[in-house]
Ligand binder design. Structure first.
Ligand code: NAD
Length: 402
């Protein structure tokens, strides 16, 4: 009996397991994750704003695995020994594998900026997102006695997709926050601090400008060209000029960090040839140095040969990788050659609140409501791809028409 160990139950790892468990053969799967649930990580901004409850974007792993074929272990992976073919878990010791799928996901990237980890709220999983929402509620309640305008200020560091989606979700909840604080919604300031002079470099200028106009209309203050240099308790310090060492600052009670992500630190700690936690994988998604190790999702860099750059890490590519690895493992178990992975993005869409968004699907630009509609279709598809109809009915977005 061959033992296949899958590390991580995010989009990539869980898709591998649900696809592989349908195949016949002399193998057993062990799936390891810190949590006993799968989280739709693309939606955590909604939990951070308080638009939805954590249960709406997560479901139990037990719902989707076949217990006769798959054993689930809830624990934290601390090390992978590729030579001994052993994975070390924080609480439960070591497990051996014949084949390994590493899908350990992302962590927050602070680029070594002083105070970012300690003094800003992170946005990496449901727990950190829920902590953001609880923090906001605390500050809004506190305002009733402090009357400190900083309690009404929500500062987002970085205006990438995560920052913009979070700002949009905050806009949707602005009236609720204001009611808790006992102020006019206009007094709730939402501020995005971004280093680059433009946003969303993956889009053509028209779409990036649309995003800037939309945020402006929604009364989100977008501060472009502001490179954050330090986060102090209650203070974001940034530079607006390369030529000057002088720093400007914003004081606030709420600082949320969304300046990008890197792959799990376990990759570098375990001696994989990783950069920012991502390993450049072979064409068939294996580790170039180990024939029995696949690396997928946010810990993998799969090169786009047309641009000579890795594909961006998205849920879409992670799910496609998971499905492909299940197929390749099946081939390997049957003594057949693996197949190369190929990927063509179906598009990228970001929500800006529940009814607006922006994105590109194929060669079509989507703005406003159609983009928001598409984002919900994409979420329903990812629920279907891994969780099947049961999870689509329980967690799907059917408020498509307004
Ligand atoms: P990102 O890297 O896409 O964006 C981070 C932003 O922070 C960039 O605009 C960057 O210029 C800015 N930044 C970095 N350092 C800074 C500093 N010191 N001061 C000020 N600004 C700074 O990261 P993300 O938004 O967390 O997204 C991570 C990945 O997840 C990306 O690949 C993204 O495409 C993907 N994602 C996709 C969606 C979607 O498809 N709807 C949603 C969220 C995230």
């Amino acid at each position: 009996m061959q033992e296949i160990v899958v590390l991580g139950a995010g989009y990539a790892g869980l898709k591998t397991v649900v696809s592989l468990q349908k195949k016949s053969g002399d193998f057993h799967i062990t799936l390891v994750d810190m949590n006993d649930y799968h989280c739709e990580a693309t939606e955590i901004h909604e939990v951070a704003a308080g638009s939805v409850d954590r249960d709406k974007i997560s479901y139990p792993i037990a719902d989707v695995i076949h217990s006769n074929k798959v054993k689930f272990i809830q624990d934290q992976v601390t090390h992978i020994d590729k030579d001994q073919q052993v994975v070390t878990l924080k609480a439960q010791g070591q497990i051996k594998y014949d084949y390994l799928v590493v899908a350990l996901g992302f962590v927050s990237e602070t680029f070594g900026i002083k105070g970012a980890m300690e003094n800003a709220l992170q946005m990496v999983n449901i727990d950190t997102a829920e902590a953001v929402h609880n923090h906001i509620l605390d500050r809004m309640k506190a305002y009733q006695t402090t009357k400190d305008p900083d309690d009404l200020k929500l500062v987002i560091c970085g205006a990438g997709f995560t920052g913009i989606e979070l700002a949009g979700a905050f806009v949707d909840e602005r009236a609720r926050y204001a009611q808790i604080a006992g102020v006019d919604p206009k007094e709730i300031q939402i501020i995005c601090v971004e280093a680059a002079p433009k946003i969303l470099p993956m889009f053509k200028e028209e779409m990036a400008n649309y995003a800037i106009d939309l945020l402006d209309k929604l009364d989100v203050q977008l501060k472009l060209g502001c490179m954050i240099k330090e986060i102090q308790p209650g203070k974001v310090l940034y530079s607006t000029s390369k030529d000057s060492e002088e720093l400007e600052s914003i004081t606030t009670s709420t600082i949320v960090w969304t300046t990008g992500v890197s792959g799990s630190p376990v990759m570098e700690d375990s001696g994989f040839k990783a950069r920012r936690g991502r390993v450049i994988v072979a064409d068939d998604l294996r580790d170039p140095d180990h024939d029995n190790v696949y690396i997928i999702g946010d810990v993998a860099a799969f090169m786009d040969k047309s641009s000579d750059r890795p594909f961006p890490t998205t849920a879409q590519i992670a799910i496609a990788m998971g499905e492909h690895v299940a197929k390749n493992l099946d081939h390997q178990l049957q003594g057949q050659a693996t197949e190369n992975f190929s990927f063509k993005s179906a598009g990228t869409v970001a929500s800006v609140g529940n009814t607006r968004g922006l994105g590109v699907v194929g060669s079509t630009n989507l703005k406003g409501y159609p983009a928001s509609f598409m984002k919900k279709i994409i979420m329903n598809k990812s629920l279907m791809d891994i969780g099947g109809l049961k999870e689509v009915f329980a967690k799907g977005r059917f408020d498509l028409y307004h």
